[in-house]
Design a protein around this ligand. Structure first.
Ligand SMILES: [Fe+2]
Ligand SMILES: [Fe+2]
Length: 189
């Protein structure tokens, strides 16, 4: 395809950049991205713990939902991991906090999942603000995917919270919802 780019510019994630403009990550941004990698891994850990809780409750559909959720969080961590490397930064992994083990009810677990996502959304927004302060356009572009993803993440967790509230103490309703959540499919990307 014919391109109108000047010889000293190139396309990165659909954004035209001038050569030399994509400087290395600042130390501050590198640290903040490393912290986000840990938060995504921590998310995977939280969901895996919820998966174990649902397995123990014999709610296999909800366990499946949480297992897929944990796998997605690992992919999120790797997206940032790869980005830091691509930008000539150094990935440095930190400790992951022990996740909660017991939950009062399925509703309690999903409410905690939703609260967790809301916290992650805030951290992504803070990261975007930092990239914006530093005029680090590639990081902003990379984070736009995460900003959209967080809308989906909050929406899917809050949908289950609302459905669990509707079901209440109804055992049959809980089984139907469990079956439905068991049909969740892994995302392709
Ligand atoms: Fe995530
Ligand atoms: Fe998430």
């Amino acid at each position: 395809m014919e391109t109108l780019l000047s010889p000293d510019s190139f396309v990165y994630n659909n954004v035209i950049l001038v050569k030399g403009a994509m400087t290395m990550l600042s130390k501050r941004l590198e640290k903040a991205l490393n912290d986000q990698i840990v938060r995504e891994l921590e998310s995977a850990y939280v969901y895996l713990s919820m998966c174990a809780y649902f397995e123990a409750q014999n709610l296999r559909g909800m366990a499946h939902w949480m297992r897929l959720q944990a796998q997605e969080e690992l992919k999120h961590a790797m997206k940032i991991f790869d980005f830091v490397n691509d930008r000539g930064g150094r990935v440095e992994l930190g400790p992951i906090a022990k996740p909660p083990v017991e939950f009062k009810s399925p509703l309690d677990a999903f409410q905690k999942a939703l609260a967790h996502e809301q916290k992650i959304t805030q951290s992504i927004h803070d990261l975007y603000d930092l990239a914006d302060d530093e005029d680090d356009y590639p990081t902003e572009v990379m984070l736009q995917w995460f900003i959209e993803e967080q809308v989906e993440e909050e929406k899917s967790a809050s949908e289950v919270v609302e459905q669990l509230k509707l079901v209440g103490e109804n055992g049959a309703g809980l089984m139907i919802l469990d079956q439905k959540l068991g049909q969740r499919e892994a995302e392709s990307s």
